[in-house]
Design a protein around this ligand. Structure first.
Ligand SMILES: Cc1ncc(COP(=O)(O)O)c(C=O)c1O
Length: 445
């Protein structure tokens, strides 16, 4: 461990915490510790300011340390720390559901609460399967994901996910699953600004899977409107509209996984609205509580909800839920986050600032080894050619240098830098991100 990498004063040893999605041995040689956060900045354990280019992990959309969220959480903890939502209720969870359904796309007026994106995805997949069975269509058991898709780490999400590295270590995944082709086409679309022009026909890949499996066996298709963790991959203009049309033609439910794109990341409450396509189910988490308290939410269309509420029975309609579904403290954090988003017009602000963001990220074009730059809303991906025999090494070096030497947090994803700053970012901070990146890329890449 070098001098810079001593554990923080309050930590004696780093071995006990088995860190998620982390090269543990490498990290523990040279740790990167964050100890405080306010606004656009973290502070590292050696006292440096670190500009947050990633909203934590795509989640702190309103920036860090928002006092009204802290106050709401404190107040709720003092009033009632926990109460079950199995055969019991508490008003704040219902109030949150009501508020959320005011900003969902038309017709998605029911919400099932979870504690994370992964749980939201598995909940959505289970609802899709159970929906078809509730209507007597029990042949629909297949789930379709997409290559490069990321839908969390639980069994359902991992199975429909399309990132090889997240699947191969585990061997046994859900069997009745297939994948659409991904939508990355650098030959035709490299350095596109906004949604790319080419690739609407990739949606027809669903017809291929329908022919192969028989559409009457397919329960649902799940895609991220924008595939973020799999490398910041955007759909071509018109792709999602066509995908929805094909789903509708075959009675297949379309699920948008908006765990990242929800809550303003692309300028509307949900990407579905910005992109003009209303799916049957939307999954969310992350920005729901501004990253403060774990919570997820799954929004379903009225007709799906209604299928479970039919008949004269008074029994439980869906045998699914989590101890902490609709947790009162998370609900308080979510309500306070929604208040900030609305009072500060943060979703609209994203649209106002996105062209400045776009110009700034594309100013890196021409720097060494950059083979593509992609952007939409307050998201950007910068793709590099791999170092020979060492995929990911180039971007990892840029990432560590940005953190240790420049006080900038970016997200490495193999050979891609992913950026997704808090929606409160100012133009000067956008300049800071790209001036820093330009300098580090020249020196490193
Ligand atoms: C689209 C998408 N779905 C699901 C997840 C999983 O969320 P969580 O890590 O909260 O389980 C993520 C996390 O990045 C995501 O980006």
């Amino acid at each position: 461990m070098n001098a810079k990498s001593k554990p923080s004063p309050e930590v004696k040893n780093l071995q006990e915490f088995w860190m998620p999605f982390t090269a543990n041995r490498q990290f523990k040689q040279t740790p990167r510790m964050l100890t405080m956060a306010k606004g656009m900045y973290y502070r590292s354990d050696d006292g440096r300011e670190v500009l947050d280019g990633t909203s934590g992990l795509w989640c702190c959309n309103a920036g860090h340390g928002r006092e009204s969220i802290t106050a709401a959480v404190k107040q709720q903890l003092e009033r009632m720390d926990f109460a079950p939502t199995f055969q019991m209720g508490h008003p704040i969870a219902f109030r949150l559901a009501e508020r959320l359904c005011e900003i969902t796309p038309p017709g998605l007026n029911h919400v099932f609460f979870t504690n994370s994106g992964s749980e939201s995805v598995d909940t959505a997949l289970k609802i899709a399967l159970a929906y078809h069975r509730a209507r007597g269509d029990s042949a629909r058991t297949m789930l379709i994901g997409r290559e490069k898709g990321y839908h969390g780490t639980n069994f359902g999400g991992m199975s429909v996910g399309g990132i090889a590295g997240n699947r191969e270590a585990f061997g046994s995944l859900l069997p009745a699953v297939d994948h659409l082709r991904h939508t990355l086409d650098m030959e035709r679309n490299a350095f596109s600004r906004g949604l790319p022009e080419h690739g609407v026909e990739l949606a027809d890949d669903l017809e291929r899977l329908c022919l192969l499996h028989d559409p009457a066996t397919i329960a649902a298709v799940i895609v991220e409107p924008i595939a973020c963790s799999g490398g910041v991959v955007f759909p071509a203009k018109g792709y999602l509209t066509r995908l929805k049309e094909i789903c509708d033609r075959h009675g297949i439910l379309l699920i948008f996984d908006e765990v990242i794109t929800g809550f303003g990341r692309v300028g509307k409450a949900f990407a579905a609205e910005r992109l003009g396509v209303t799916p049957d189910i939307i999954t969310s988490a992350k920005g729901l509580t501004n990253g403060t308290v774990p919570m997820g939410a799954v929004f379903v269309k009225d007709s799906i909800h209604a299928a479970f509420m039919q008949g004269s029975g008074q029994g439980i309609e869906l045998f699914h839920g989590y101890t902490y579904s609709g947790h009162p403290v998370a609900a308080a954090a979510a309500l306070a986050s929604l208040d900030i988003y609305q009072q500060e017009n943060l979703f609209e602000r994203t649209i106002e600032i996105e062209s400045y963001w776009e110009d700034a990220v594309h100013s890196l074009k021409g720097l060494p080894n950059i083979i593509d730059i992609r952007n939409y809303g307050l998201i950007a991906g910068i793709e590099f050619s791999s170092r020979e025999g060492k995929p990911g090494a180039r971007v990892y070096d840029i990432f560590t240098r940005c953190f240790h030497e420049e006080g900038l947090l970016i997200r490495p994803s193999v050979d891609i830098i992913a950026l997704s700053p808090p929606l409160i970012i100012e133009k000067a901070q956008i300049d800071q991100i790209f001036e820093t990146l330009g300098r580090v890329i020249k020196a490193t890449a």
